[in-house]
Design a protein. Structure first.
Length: 157
């Protein structure tokens, strides 16, 4: 029997493989600016150290790479109503606009790693900033929010 993390990891691994293949194929084809010489370099998903993204908002591929890493806590900072419409498996809902948000982040392990998302990326940026002020620096936010993710990655509970 697979766990939710295993299931999402398998789906994400397949998506990252497709992105890597597309990147490899694109690197092999001439662009309009390189006169048919190829670019000479390509970056594929999984090639960068995820810790280099800490404190930043990243694209969906980089976000999912961090979010599916062992020991990472996924935090959805949308309202409970938004969370109920679909969220990543194992995500914890901590509403950034709730009156107890500051208390909730103080309860988090400052040495932990957190993948944070919202609907569009704005609230997760606010949350990420508040977490940094609370001494939590190993955070990655999702550019474009939950809308940047494939809908089949989301669950309702």
């Amino acid at each position: 029997m697979s766990t939710p993390r295993t299931t999402i990891s398998a789906r994400i691994a397949a998506a990252l493989s497709a992105v890597a293949l597309a990147g490899t194929l694109a690197a092999c084809s001439p662009s309009s600016t390189d006169n048919g010489q190829g670019s000479g370099s390509s970056t594929t998903a999984g090639s960068a150290d995820p810790s280099q993204s800490f404190g930043k908002h990243v694209d969906a591929d980089a976000f999912l790479q961090v979010a599916t890493s062992e020991g990472v806590t996924i935090i959805d900072v949308r309202t409970p109503q938004e969370f109920a419409t679909g969220h990543l498996p194992e995500a914890v809902n901590i509403d950034v606009n709730s009156s107890d948000f500051a208390q909730a982040i103080r309860a988090l392990d400052p040495a932990g790693t957190y993948a944070i998302y919202c609907r569009s990326g704005n609230r997760s940026a606010v949350a990420q900033s508040a977490m940094a002020e609370a001494g939590i620096n190993s955070t990655v936010g999702l550019n474009g929010g939950v809308g940047a993710l494939s809908a089949d990655l989301l669950v309702t509970e």
